[in-house]
Structure formats: C-alpha cells, structure tokens
Design a protein around this ligand. Structure first.
Ligand SMILES: [Zn+2]
Length: 304
C-alpha cells in the first residue's frame, strides 16, 4: 500500500493541531492567533522553531518550558496527536479526496471547540460561524443526504444535485440549532437561569450543516447519552468522596443515613455546576461523522 497520502494527512493533522493549541489558548482571551509568535504562558519567552515541533518537542522538553521550567500542559501534545489521528482517519474513511478534506475540516473545528469549551466554557464565534459557512459550502462539493429529495418530488421539479445537497445541509443546520435553542429556552423558562449558551446553538448549526438531518438526530441522541453518563459518573464520584469524609468525621452515624445525606449533598453540585454541553455535542459529532452510518445499521440490526 502506498503510504504517501496517509503520511501527508497525518503530518498536516499534527501541524493543524499545533495551530489549534494556539487557538484554544488565544481565542477565549480575545488575542490574535497570528501574532505574536508562540510564547510560553509562564515567562512569555518566545518559543524557538526547534522547540515548536508537534508532539516531539513536548516529549523532548518533558512538558516543561526551556527557559523558565514552567509546566506545559499535556493538552498540547494530546491535541496535536488527536488532530493527526483524525486527519489520518479522514483519509481512510472518505470515498474521495473532497470528502476526506471535509472530514479533516470538521475534525479540526470540533477538536478546537471541544477543548476550548472544556477549558473555558466558551465556544468562540471565530470557530462556529465560519464553521457554519464551510459546512454549507462543502455540501456543494460532497453530497449531503436528507429530506429535500422528497420535497422536490412533491413539487415535481428535478433540480441539480448540488441544490438538493445544499438544501439538506441547510435543513440539518436549522434542525440542530432549533432543537438546542428550544431546549435552552425551555430550561430558562423552567429554572430561570441560562443552562445552554448561544454558543451551543451555533455549534449545532455547524454540525447540522456538515452532517445533514439524519446524522444531526444521531448527534443529539448520542450527545445527551454521553452527557448523562458523564453527569452520573460525576455525581457518583462526589458522593463517594463525601461519604468517605462523613464516615471519618461521624463514625457513629448509621451507614444508611450517611449514604443518604452524602447523596443529597452530592446532587446539590448541579445547582452551580456548568455542564459543558459543547464537549458532549462535539464528541457525539465526531463519532457520528466517522461511525454514524455503521452505528445506525448496528442499531436497526439489534431490533430486527
Ligand atoms: Zn517559560
């Protein structure tokens, strides 16, 4: 097998991952991503080109700044490797070069948004808004499936496949953003506080534009599932911690009562804990983009 193209995709992934690290640090702080050159967040010393090689530099410097020894987060190497891996996967998963590039662009945007949301609870407009436009534009090159076919059958028109594809991409964007906006408004009406930000609405519009209606439904389903599992694990962890502390402090307390009290206190964390929905939707979108059709097939196979 020819290794040239896979190697090119992987290397481009590493480089774009390196640029993403700059975006993840600078976009939420409203700094320019072009200038100045990369600097150490600890001592502001500019980072030399030979210390800025994706993944390798982090390993050689053992995750520390050469100048001041400040710890450099493993996130830098993780983002680079992940982007490299997903670019490589894009090459193998796609049926054409255009589709591979589309998957690379989607992976790039999603990794950036997932990590920015996890670190700062923000989904920068500078990633989501161009993302929506790119998703719509890609539908003119890589066909997006969806309900437009049926609609136009009713109108007895037979337009160009690009028009259909664009309509399907638009339908995905509208469905995704409308759903999140609906949930956000409902949540605000019921609880009186903002649960999901407007960033999540734009993120889902972007995902919908890239993936179309069917996959968007899968992303919403998968995203809620991943979020619920995360929420349960979080509560469970806090519960176990509180329980251990309680047993140490009040050894005479009956076991059952201790468990109940610790549970009550653990569930309270939801009152002021901001759930990073963008992270779950982003992970769900990556899974859907690469394994969505296989997942849907497997699901229907189970219920046959
Ligand atoms: Zn430094």
């Amino acid at each position: 097998m020819n290794a040239f193209f896979p190697a090119v995709f992987f290397l481009f992934g590493l480089l774009f991952g390196s640029f993403l690290n700059v975006c993840i640090f600078r976009l939420p702080r409203e700094l320019s991503v072009v200038s100045p050159r990369s600097f150490c967040p600890g001592c502001s010393a500019p980072i030399a080109a030979y210390d800025n090689i994706p993944v390798l530099s982090w390993i050689i410097l053992r995750g520390k700044c050469r100048d001041c020894g400040a710890r450099i987060s493993p996130r830098y190497a993780v983002v680079e490797l992940l982007t490299g891996a997903l670019f490589l996967l894009s090459y193998f998963a796609a049926g054409s070069i255009a589709e591979a590039v589309k998957l690379c662009v989607l992976s790039f945007l999603l990794i950036g948004l997932i990590f920015t949301d996890a670190e700062t609870k923000l989904l920068p407009d500078l990633l989501t808004k161009p993302g929506i436009v790119l998703g719509l534009l890609f539908s003119l090159v890589v066909p997006v499936e969806g309900p437009a076919q049926f609609l136009l059958l009713l109108l007895r028109a037979t337009p160009n496949w690009r028009v259909l594809s664009l309509l399907n991409s638009l339908a995905g964007a509208i469905l995704g953003s409308a759903f999140i906006l609906g949930v956000a408004l409902l949540y605000e009406a019921l609880r009186g506080v903002e649960g999901m930000g407007r960033g999540d609405v734009k993120l889902m519009a972007m995902i919908g534009a890239f993936l179309g209606v069917k996959q968007t439904l899968l992303v919403l389903l998968l995203g809620s599932f991943i979020g619920s599992v995360f929420g349960l694990l979080l509560i469970l962890r806090v519960w176990l911690k509180r329980l251990a502390r309680r047993r140490q402090r009040i050894p005479a307390e009956p076991r059952r009562q201790a468990r109940r009290r610790a549970w009550q206190s653990a569930t309270l964390i939801y009152r002021n804990f901001e759930i990073p929905f963008g992270v779950f939707l982003g992970i769900a979108a990556l899974i859907s983009a690469f394994w969505g059709p296989a997942l849907v097939r497997w699901y229907f196979y189970l219920y046959r």
